[in-house]
Design a protein around this ligand. Structure first.
Ligand SMILES: [Zn+2]
Length: 239
C-alpha cells in the first residue's frame, strides 16, 4: 500500500498541472485576475461528503462560490468556524445568497436517525438527533425507508433557521444588506438540486417560513409513503 501512495499523489499533481495549463490556455489571465480579489455572490454550506462538490454541482468556477462544509451541513450557534466563515462571507465578501445544502443518503443523518455510535462525531451528530426528536411524530408516521431522506430535508430547514438567527445575519439585515438564505437538497442518485422553498431574506418572520417548510416536507413524504411500491423514490438506491 505504501508504494501506491506516492504514485497516487503524483497523479493529483499531474492533473493539477494539466488543469492549470488548460485554464490558462483557454482563458489567458484567469489566474492573474483571481489573485486580485474574490467576489463570489454565493456562500455554500454543505456536507463534507465527497459526492457533493459545490462548484461542480452548480457549474461555478473558482472565485464564484465561498464554501463551508462539515459533516451533515450543521450550523451550531457556538461553532466559531462556521460563524467566522459566514461573517467573512457576509461582511467582507458581501455574498448575496447563502445556501444550506443537505443531500439524500447522508451518512451523518442516517447515523443520527439510527442512534449509531461512531465515536467523537456522535457529539456533532447529536445536533441532528435534536432535529429528529423535534420531528419524531412526523418521522414515525413515515415508512422506515423514507425517514432518513425526510430528516435530511428537516435538518436543512433547521440549519437555515440557525443561520438566519445568527448575530451576523441579524446585523446584516438591520443594516439593510440584501442577502438571502436558502435551503436545498442534493440527490446523489440523479445529480439534481432541489429547492426546499425555505428562503429567508430578513423581511418575513422566520417562524412562519419554518412552519410552512415543515408542512411541505410532511406533505411531500407522506404522499410518497402512500405511493405504490413501483414508484418508490430511487433516492433509496443511494449508497
Ligand atoms: Zn452527508
Amino acid at each position: 500500500m505504501e508504494n501506491d501512495t506516492p504514485d497516487n499523489l503524483e497523479d493529483l499533481f499531474a492533473h493539477n498541472r494539466s488543469w492549470a495549463a488548460r485554464m490558462e490556455r483557454d482563458r489567458p489571465g484567469f489566474f492573474t485576475s483571481l489573485v486580485k480579489q474574490q467576489t463570489p455572490k454565493y456562500m455554500w454550506i454543505g456536507c463534507s461528503d465527497s459526492r457533493v462538490p459545490a462548484n461542480q454541482i452548480t457549474g461555478l468556477e473558482p472565485g464564484e462560490v465561498f464554501v463551508h462544509r462539515n459533516v451533515a451541513n450543521i450550523v451550531v450557534h457556538s461553532d466559531l468556524n462556521a460563524l467566522s466563515a459566514i461573517q467573512f462571507a457576509v461582511e467582507r465578501l458581501k455574498v448575496q445568497h447563502i445556501m444550506v445544502v443537505g443531500h439524500y443518503g447522508c451518512a451523518g443523518v442516517k447515523a443520527a436517525l439510527e442512534g449509531a455510535r461512531i465515536g467523537l462525531a456522535d457529539n456533532w451528530i447529536r445536533h441532528i438527533q435534536d432535529v429528529r426528536d423535534r420531528h419524531r411524530v412526523l418521522l414515525n408516521s413515515l415508512p422506515e425507508e423514507l425517514r432518513a431522506d425526510a430528516l435530511c430535508e428537516l435538518n436543512v430547514t433547521e440549519q437555515v433557521v440557525n443561520v438566519a438567527v445568527s448575530t451576523v445575519m441579524e446585523d446584516a439585515w438591520s443594516r439593510g444588506q440584501a442577502v438571502s438564505i436558502h435551503g436545498w437538497a442534493f440527490g446523489v442518485h440523479d445529480g439534481l438540486l432541489q429547492d426546499l422553498g425555505m428562503t429567508i431574506n430578513g423581511i418575513k418572520p422566520v417562524e412562519s417560513l419554518y412552519k410552512a417548510a415543515v408542512q411541505r416536507i410532511r406533505y411531500k413524504w407522506s404522499k410518497r409513503a402512500d405511493a405504490p411500491q413501483a414508484d418508490a423514490d430511487p433516492v433509496q438506491a443511494a449508497p
